[in-house]
Design a protein around this ligand. Structure first.
Ligand code: KE4
Length: 428
């Protein structure tokens, strides 16, 4: 595969952008090799600067659920842009998207738009602390909620549950207020709440994790979290930035019937443009400025062009056939990968929830981050590179999810299954 122009752009990019990228995972460090620079995308296909074409399962890390450059989304963006790119004042488009989000997530009685998933979770945590008057938070080991300081924290050493920074620059005193627990381990959460429940402002969770790879919540885990957090007066925050509109139209809270106090969204609600949102119970959201004292703001929050892309995307997602089609495509891809693994005599695990899934090179089921860490990362790297050679673009990390869109055709799935078989066989 010719990578000449990508290589040249990568060298040039490193003279102005750290690592040549604007987000670390794009640098391909987890799989080896150098990133491909993209020039255009349409439907299920990415085209790089050397003209190589790929069936894309990263889909911009989730947002492109309708496929790239959907004509109706592009038209909405073009029309809105011609009327001005940013007003710095409220516009009816913000109301329209808010009401569309509420149609999918009715528990978001009030919501605030921001510009990324990170801003959504950062703001939700500040709100939870402001509402409860408590400082500590609980998150799951291996979960990713964006790069807010309180969230770049890993389990403290030894028996203590106190967090330690997972990145330089995060003050240890702040990290100490973040407690990490294993996903799917309700006892660990109960133990912490029983000892320091009156200090816990919130439990923030990816109800269907995607950032340790996709992991499926065990029966009873999410309902147990809901009960425990209520019993101790801590807020339950569902970070559905990734699994929102993927686990079900109304996300994991719809799929599993859980009523979180706050929800964070991102990715799909912007239709590929920068939008995040946090929202939930009105009595909590009314603490947010200018109604209440908890400060939160953003120059480009509710940007008209981003709103237009999100509006058009959610309007199209209201067509019930869309989810039947996504489910059928995702199930077909899962079956194709399983058949290829059997033929190549390769042991894998696949965790799939709706149109989000992960393939683990792992001999055992993956139910938490510690399980995921036991995957064969070197094998995944070789597998990823071989897929690229065969025109299939998977996320460049074992600890990521891949996605389907309504633009993926049965032919795409078939081509992918045979590319996966070749990559299983030749990556041994
Ligand atoms: P952003 O700030 O990247 O918009 O969203 C942060 C975020 C919050 N919550 C969840 C559950 C997320 O998955 C994310 C971001 N997801 C990653 C993919 N694992 C974005 C890719 C990247 O960092 O470049």
């Amino acid at each position: 595969m010719n990578r000449e122009k990508s290589q040249a752009f990568f060298e040039q990019a490193q003279r102005s952008l750290p690592g040549g990228v604007n987000s670390p995972v794009r640098a391909f460090k987890a799989v080896g090799g150098n990133p491909l620079f993209m020039q255009k995308a349409s439907g299920s296909t990415l085209t790089d600067v050397d003209g190589n074409q790929f069936t894309d399962y990263v889909l911009s890390w989730g947002p492109m659920v309708l496929g790239h450059a959907h004509p109706e989304v592009i038209e909405a963006v073009q029309k809105t842009a011609a009327l001005g790119t940013s007003f710095g004042a409220p516009s009816p488009l913000e109301i329209e998207l808010a009401e569309l989000v509420q149609a999918f997530f009715p528990l978001m009685e009030r919501l605030r738009f921001v510009n990324s998933g990170t801003e959504a979770t950062m703001s939700a945590i500040r709100l939870a602390r402001g509402f409860t008057g408590r400082n500590k938070i609980i998150k799951c080991e291996g979960a990713y909620h964006g790069h807010g300081d309180s969230l770049l924290v890993k389990a403290g050493s030894g028996a203590t549950t106190l967090g330690v920074p997972d990145s330089p620059g995060v003050p240890p005193d702040l990290a100490r207020d973040t407690i990490t627990v294993p996903f799917n381990d309700l006892n660990a959460v109960q133990k912490i709440l029983e000892t320091e429940g009156n200090q816990i402002a919130c439990i923030i969770i990816e109800p269907v994790p995607g950032n340790m790879g996709t992991v499926i919540p065990k029966a009873g885990f999410l309902p147990g979290l809901r009960e425990l957090s209520k019993a101790f007066g801590s807020l339950l925050i569902f970070d559905e930035v990734m699994c929102g509109f993927r686990a079900a139209p109304g996300g994991a809270q719809e799929r599993y019937g859980i009523r979180p106090d706050l929800t964070c969204l991102g990715k799909i609600i912007g239709g590929g443009l920068p939008v995040g949102a946090f929202g939930g119970r009105q009595d909590i959201m009314d603490r947010i400025a200018p109604v209440g004292p908890v400060y939160q703001a953003g120059t480009l929050s509710g940007n008209p062009i981003a709103m237009a892309a999100g509006i058009q995307t959610l309007k199209l997602l209201q067509n019930p056939n869309i989810y039947a089609q996504l489910e059928e495509r995702a199930a077909a891809l899962e079956a194709g990968i399983r058949a290829a693994a059997r033929r190549a005599e390769t042991t894998i695990q696949i965790n799939r929830v709706g149109s989000q899934m992960t393939l683990f090179f792992n001999d055992n089921p993956v139910t938490c981050y510690q399980d995921a860490l036991k995957s064969d990362l070197a094998r995944f790297g070789r597998f990823h590179a071989l897929l690229l050679e065969n025109g299939v673009y998977f996320p460049p990390s074992q600890f990521e999810a891949f996605f389907l869109s309504t633009a993926h055709t049965p032919e795409d799935i078939e081509k992918t299954a045979s590319a996966v078989y070749q990559a299983f066989k030749n990556s041994k």
